[in-house]
Ligand binder design. Structure first.
Ligand SMILES: *Cc1c(COP(=O)(O)O)cnc(C)c1O
Length: 404
């Protein structure tokens, strides 16, 4: 693959300034992508960005121009998102919320995705403790449901259906509904997030299952103006960088789904994608330090590695990359190179797991060339074990305008 001109230009500049490895975030591309997501969704369908995919403040500011809210999964993310985009609607999900986190969420006016009857009791006691003002505000909750909706085996991570620590089964929901009166909490509806790595059709099948169940349950509980969150998990195919999730087809499918029951004035449907929003805007740019052969195979050792970009190790794929040739070779000896052959790109860690791309055919790759790993904008830097081996951390650079 090749990198867009602004990425290549910035990579060359960073190489000259000896500022590699570095992350490069294309805010212009992200802005256009986020606008397309919003435009593809039918009326009545909102989207929240799942901050855990990438909490970089510059990205959050761009996304907040298009998304209806931010979904956070910890007290840390809550504080961070509220500071990065003050006043933007927040939803707080995730298992094992503490009393302190719940108090912070109520103070921030966040919608709370309640994961269990115990958590609902804790939230109610937190609200009682906060007294008058918090109670008058009637903090809103969605109950997170774990449904037996079939999700395909190809889904990256299955988080719903069958047994698991996420959300509640029907008995848990009913127990919560019985607990709610008198707590000062307002039940707004249901939340589900069943799997990640879904294509358009499986995502729509999961959404249909959630919607069918949630509408019936909310009707039975007489929830007025219900909010139903259908989850995130829209797929990103690292083996086919050009095959971006078809938001237009997904939006059309949602419009069809939403229409299968009688028109529901006042109903809000919501999705909360993470990976499929930010994956494509991120590039991890580095330099080839060495090229060598071992047992007949070619290896290129790059500066940095999976302690900066853990995605390929976490998901077991080859991270797609573009080679950016550089004539900068200060040494008097010949540049080691691989030409027209498969090469494995590994990093500087002393572990065989530090592989960014395995046996990928290249036209030419020489020591001193630059490599820009694509699709490095989600679950990349922020899931990486950067302390391992104590290498320096990457720099962060942005293409396009930051929004403040
Ligand atoms: C992680 C997560 C998401 C986002 O998942 P992606 O696969 O990044 O789209 C959405 N909702 C919840 C509750 C999550 O835990």
């Amino acid at each position: 693959m090749s990198a867009p001109a602004p990425v290549r230009d910035l990579a060359a500049r960073l190489a000259r300034e000896d500022a590699l490895p570095a992350y490069v975030y294309d805010l212009t591309a992200l802005d256009a992508h986020a606008a397309r997501i919003g435009a593809a969704l039918p009326p009545g369908v909102e989207w929240h960005y799942a901050v855990k995919a990438n909490p970089d403040p510059a990205l959050l500011r761009v996304i907040a121009r298009h998304a209806d809210g931010l979904e956070v999964s910890s007290g840390g993310e809550l504080r961070h998102a509220a500071a990065a985009v003050p006043g933007h609607p927040l939803a707080f999900g995730g298992p094992g919320k503490t009393a302190a986190e719940l108090a912070a969420a109520v103070a921030a006016g966040a919608l709370v995705h309640v994961e269990s009857p115990q958590e609902l009791r804790l939230l109610a006691s937190v609200v009682r403790g906060l007294g008058g003002q918090a109670r008058r505000a009637e903090p809103a909750v969605l109950l997170r449901v774990n449904l037996d909706v079939p999700v395909p085996a190809s889904a990256g991570l299955v988080m719903g259906g069958g047994r698991g620590p996420f959300g509640m089964d029907r008995d848990g929901l009913d127990e919560c509904a019985a607990l709610l009166p008198g707590t000062g909490l307002r039940l707004r509806g249901l939340h589900a997030h069943l799997a990640s790595g879904l294509g358009v059709r499986p995502a729509l099948r999961a959404a249909a299952g959630v919607l069918r169940f949630a509408r019936r349950w909310c009707d039975r509980q007489a929830v007025t103006e219900p909010v139903i969150t259908l989850g995130g998990g829209m797929g990103v195919d690292y083996r086919r960088p050009g095959a971006v999730f078809d938001w237009t087809a997904y939006g059309r499918g949602l419009a069809r789904l939403a229409g299968t029951a009688a028109a529901r004035p006042g109903e809000t449907l919501r999705i909360e994608p993470g990976r499929a929003v930010t994956a494509y805007c991120g590039w991890y740019v580095t330099r080839v330090l060495d090229v060598k052969r071992s047992g007949g195979a070619a290896f290129a050792v790059v500066a940095g590695g999976t302690h900066h970009l853990r995605t390929p190790a976490a998901k077991g794929h080859s991270q797609p990359f573009a080679v950016i040739g550089s004539d900068d070779w200060p040494h008097p000896w010949a540049r080691p190179a691989v030409t027209g052959a498969p090469v494995t790109l590994s990093g500087q860690l002393c572990t065989p797991k530090d592989v960014l791309a395995r046996d990928v055919r290249v036209r030419r790759l020489r020591a001193g060339d630059l490599v820009a790993f694509a699709m490095a904008g989600a679950y990349a830097w922020n899931i990486s074990h950067s302390r391992f081996l104590m290498h320096t951390e990457p720099g962060f650079h942005y293409i396009g305008e930051d929004v403040t």
